[in-house]
Design a protein around this ligand. Structure first.
Ligand SMILES: Cc1cc2nc3c(=O)[nH]c(=O)nc-3n(C[C@H](O)[C@H](O)[C@H](O)COP(=O)(O)O)c2cc1C
Length: 152
């Protein structure tokens, strides 16, 4: 089993729950991506705040600790909620701290219906030296789905 990191951003807990399941099923290290700013508690205000970030390419400051042994991980699973059809800018902030060359990346998202396709493309742009596998929408997940996904 390749040494695996499951890193996730979650505003309201859905992605967090899926990331915990994936980390448990794959015996991986779990890492939460957190921001210095608190996103608003209401959906509509979060829409307005995140729209501003996308519009101005604002990458929020992170408060989670830098992963010192990042280079030792062969496989990185990155989870996030879909925001405006792509990954939140906090995920961009997180990715830009590391060198993903030679790594196997598996994106997953939770969403209200949108797929992970646009976010997968974005992650491919951000990690040119990595093998970025097709992301999956994982509003629910079980061990069989996880095993099949990570074989691809
Ligand atoms: C700012 C914002 C933008 C969103 N944009 C989308 C979207 O484009 N497509 C979609 O299907 N769901 C969208 N959603 C819904 C979330 O992706 C969905 O509720 C997700 O499961 C929340 O995950 P979390 O609990 O880990 O934060 C959006 C939610 C927020 C707050």
């Amino acid at each position: 089993m390749p040494k695996t990191l499951v890193a996730y951003f979650s505003k309201s807990g859905h992605t967090k729950a899926i990331a915990e399941t994936i980390a448990r099923e794959t015996s991986s290290t779990l890492h939460e991506i957190t921001t210095a700013k608190q996103y608003p508690s209401t959906y509509i205000m979060t829409i307005l705040e995140s729209r501003k970030e996308f519009k101005h390419n604002e990458k929020p400051e992170l408060t989670d600790a830098k992963i010192e042994d990042f280079s030792s991980y062969e496989r990185i699973i990155i989870g996030f909620p879909v925001w405006f059809f792509t990954c939140p800018m906090a995920v961009v902030s997180w990715i830009e701290q590391y060198d993903f060359s030679g790594k196997e990346i598996y994106p997953f998202c939770t969403s209200g219906g949108s797929s992970c396709a646009k976010a997968t493309e974005k992650i491919r742009e951000l990690c040119p030296g990595a093998n970025v596998h097709e992301g999956i929408k994982a509003n629910k997940i079980d061990s069989e789905t996880i095993n099949e996904w990570l074989k691809k």
